[in-house]
Design a binder for this molecule. Structure first.
Ligand code: UCC
Ligand code: FAD
Length: 583
């Protein structure tokens, strides 16, 4: 009898524990910083068209793409090695939502946009923003898109040879029936970083001038892709190959033939990954795969670096998008979750936690947009030599820094949901898992720090000189705003210390520079992002950010109104100015 009486009460209490879920709307309309950036930079006509497209795309992401992304997570690819009759088929089965993502990517021109150049130098910014909005709802499809863009870039940089024209058209198509994706097969068992020593794959020339590849590729993401670029060593008539970097050449190959049969490729297994589970990463045996040599012999690494730099930019896009997504959701949750008698938004310490993440994300976003802007200039022959040097330097800097920032930020943001953040069916752990890979693939943090040194050495000091003159100019602009004065002072100090370090670098042993590479790269990233004073005053100070009532609570701390002008930006600049070990 007692149990009977208590049941309804218990049920009622349980019902009272229901927590309203954090919901976000159109991610373009709700991203004040993004809109502020576009308003500050795009020519009016371009802005009008791009804004319309992004608003429409933002709605499509919400209604159509987001549920598909979740479906991809729930239905990861499956590997079937044999058919029912014992025939080896090596079939990677992907879900219908994953296939639909491919179609949507084509329809939206997520690759095409960058190569059609409808908006001239601004097309790369438009593409980057679309990918940024797409990223966390893409169900992992941002990965094949990164490599597809990289492959198209390599082909374009080769002048689109006749033999690759068809492939280029497919990779940059807006027609879902025609659109192809590409893989990027670089890593072998002996090395993913040290490609020069790790690559064992051999290419044997055929009488018709094509090659057949023999080897084992240890990590091949988006293994369901149509084509790929890969490295191999060309065997001479005696079957000998040249070791080291200068023995590597770049090849293009189709993964399957017209009948969908694998191109003398055997799938060993699918990787059992911590994250990015929606996307198939396979181990592949190349057993005479037909391929076309597309670089000069021995220039494989230099040729594929065009692909690396593009997919590293996509990595930055993914990093900033993950940070933005987790913060947007944390903010929404703070409006709905009551603890200790009031909403989370009214707890100063909680809001300080989110505000710090927001500052990091803004810095990362500015770095990303700067790279997209410079890439757009470079691809439309509008970049000065200085712009090109800066782009070469900033890509590894941004990849290594935002990869790390994103991992830290999403973990902190997960905690903003308390225990709910750890619950699989909230979708939050997916974002965390998928973010953690961003500092590993496409070059680890250390490897990219060494790439930063490579870019400085190769430019014989010109890249770092451009870096310093660019940030000095930005800080000059910031110094006209009185309230930024303390931050400007700290930035100047940081630049001065870094300058001293660089000036003394020539006298340092190589090992000292190697040891300093990571801290040095972090300093470059912080200083560049922190000096984000732009030609548009409004943008930097936050006046043009159109802070909506929806987000205005973020600026209310201890009853005092915060503005980006007074608080957030200088905070970032002060963080940027923290002395690093290397200087
Ligand atoms: O991980 C992968 C795919 C994951 C899935 C895609 C996700 C995308 C994001 C999704 C969005 C969320 S694919 C595998 C990625 N693998 C790597 O990143 C490799 C990491 N290792 C390196 O980067 C190394 O530094 C190597 C392999 C580049 C080192 O090779 P070498 O041969 O030892 O290096 P060298 O001898 O210094 O460079 C050879 C040439 C030089 O040019 P030359 O000969 O003209 O002096 C270099 O200047 O290549 C040039 N080079 C570059 N040029 C090397 N790196 C670059 C670069 N980044 N840019 C321009
Ligand atoms: P290692 O090179 O063995 O590195 C181990 C550690 O040593 C790292 O911390 C690294 O920073 C450090 N280290 C290495 N060299 C130096 C040095 N000189 N100085 C200081 N530190 C150093 N690869 C592809 O080619 N195609 C793909 O599609 C692909 N997909 C992937 C998908 C996933 C989910 C993952 C996790 C990886 C994928 N990779 C792919 C492989 C990835 O690019 C490599 O794992 C990565 O480049 C690191 O190489 P590695 O695993 O050999 O590590």
């Amino acid at each position: 009898v007692l149990e009977d009486l208590e049941m309804p009460v218990a049920r009622r209490e349980t019902e009272n524990l229901f927590q309203e879920r954090p919901e976000t709307g159109n991610q373009y309309l709700e991203d004040a910083l993004l809109r502020g950036y576009l308003k500050a930079h795009l020519p009016p006509k371009v802005l009008e068209e791009v804004s319309q497209d992004l608003e429409r795309f933002g709605n499509r992401l919400l209604t159509e793409v987001k549920p598909l992304g979740w479906e991809c997570e729930l239905n990861p690819p499956v590997f079937r090695q044999y058919d029912a009759w014992g025939q080896r088929v090596d079939h990677i089965i992907t879900c219908s939502a994953w296939k639909r993502m491919k179609e949507i990517s084509a329809e939206e021109g997520l690759i095409a946009e960058a190569y059609e150049r409808k908006y001239s130098n601004w097309s790369r910014v438009h593409q980057a923003v679309k990918l940024y909005l797409f990223s966390t709802t893409s169900g992992g499809f941002n990965c094949p898109l990164a490599m597809t863009d990289g492959a198209a870039k390599v082909i374009e940089s080769l002048g689109i040879p006749a033999s690759l024209k068809n492939a280029f058209d497919h990779l940059t198509s807006r027609d879902p029936k025609k659109f192809w994706t590409s893989g990027q097969w670089m890593t072998e068992r002996r090395g993913g970083s040290d490609v020069a020593n790790g690559t064992e794959t051999v290419a044997r020339k055929q009488p018709d001038g094509t090659y057949r590849l023999y080897g084992f590729k240890w990590f091949t993401s988006a293994a369901d892709s149509d084509v790929t670029l890969t490295l191999a060593r060309i065997a001479d008539a005696e079957g000998h190959v040249k070791q080291g970097s200068s023995g590597l050449s770049l090849f293009f190959l189709k993964v399957r033939d017209e009948d969908k049969k694998l191109n003398n490729i055997r799938v060993q297994r699918l990787k059992d990954k911590l994250g990015t589970r929606q996307m198939a990463t396979a181990e592949l045996w190349l057993d005479g795969a037909e391929a076309e040599l597309i670089s000069a012999e021995g220039r494989g690494v230099a040729s594929i670096s065009n692909m690396l730099n593009i997919s590293r930019i996509h990595n930055v896009i993914g990093a900033v998008a993950s940070m933005r997504r987790m913060i947007s959701l944390s903010r929404e949750y703070a409006l709905k979750r009551v603890v200790f008698g009031k909403l989370l938004k009214d707890h100063p310490l909680h809001m300080q936690t989110i505000a710090r993440l927001e500052v990091q994300t803004r810095g990362a976003f500015l770095l990303l947009m700067e790279i997209a802007r410079l890439l757009g200039l470079a691809e439309t022959n509008m970049a000065s030599e200085q712009d090109q040097l800066l782009l070469r330097l900033l890509v590894p800097v941004a990849k290594l820094y935002t990869g790390k920032q994103a991992s830290a930020t999403v973990i902190e943001a997960m905690e903003c949901f308390g225990g709910q953040g750890y619950m699989e069916d909230t979708g939050l752990p997916v974002i965390v898992r998928d973010t953690l890979v961003l500092s590993i693939w496409e070059g680890t943090t250390n490897i990219l720090s060494l790439d930063v040194l490579r870019s400085l050495t190769k430019s014989q000091g010109r890249a770092i000189a451009v870096f310093f003159s660019t940030v000095q100019k930005k800080i000059e602009l910031a110094s006209s705003t009185a309230k930024l004065e303390p931050a400007v002072r700290q930035m100047r100090d940081a630049i001065s210390r870094l300058t001293q370090f660089v000036q003394g670098a020539g006298a340092k042993e190589a090992v000292t520079m190697e040891l300093a590479a990571r801290d040095f790269s972090y300093s470059l990233a912080r200083i560049y992002a922190g000096s984000g004073k732009d030609r548009n005053d409004e943008f930097q100070t936050g006046k043009g950010l159109g802070i909506s009532p929806r987000v205005s609570w973020l600026h209310t701390l201890r009853g005092k109104e915060w503005s980006f002008k007074e608080s957030l930006v200088p905070t970032f600049q002060m963080e940027a100015a923290q002395p690093d070990k290397c200087c």
